[in-house]
Design a protein around this ligand. Structure first.
Ligand SMILES: Nc1ncnc2c1ncn2[C@@H]1O[C@H](COP(=O)(O)OP(=O)(O)OP(=O)(O)O)[C@@H](O)[C@H]1O
Length: 120
């Protein structure tokens, strides 16, 4: 019984993931960047700890983008019309994604920067 519930729960979670992949262009952009970073990781033979940091950073960006999408949907549902309070909530949620995106660029530069330099 519990197993069946877990499988159903997983199916809903997978449906949520598919919805963001299909409907959110920013999420698709992050997924493209993720594929490029992972390919670069194999090319540069990252160490285990470097992989761990890169994967955690990728996860952070994808998760915050998903949370941002959830907040946008709740706001659109709560107040479809223009509202200054909704604007601030959505702007802050977008700011969260921006912060993680900046962190991911810095992490990428720290890990890949020296390796790219060695190639030049
Ligand atoms: N109901 C609203 N009231 C006031 N400002 C809003 C409202 N909806 C959106 N905005 C403003 O428009 C910006 C963009 O909102 P929107 O919901 O279109 O998200 P988005 O960043 O375009 O994401 P997506 O492309 O995923 O829809 C918000 O950050 C906010 O400044």
């Amino acid at each position: 019984m519990k197993d069946k519930k877990s499988v159903v729960g997983f199916r809903f979670a997978w449906a949520g993931l598919k919805a963001v992949m299909k409907k959110e262009s920013n999420f698709q952009l992050h997924l493209t960047a993720t594929a490029i970073v992972i390919a670069a990781g194999f090319f540069f033979h990252l160490s285990l700890i470097e992989w761990a940091v890169i994967l955690l950073t990728i996860g952070l960006v994808l998760i915050t983008e998903m949370i941002n999408s959830v907040i946008e949907r709740i706001m659109d549902f709560t107040q479809p019309g223009y509202d200054e309070r909704i604007k601030e909530i959505k702007d802050i949620a977008a700011g969260v994604v921006l912060v993680t995106a900046i962190i991911s660029v810095v992490v990428g530069a720290l890990i890949f920067g020296p390796k790219v330099m060695q190639l030049l």
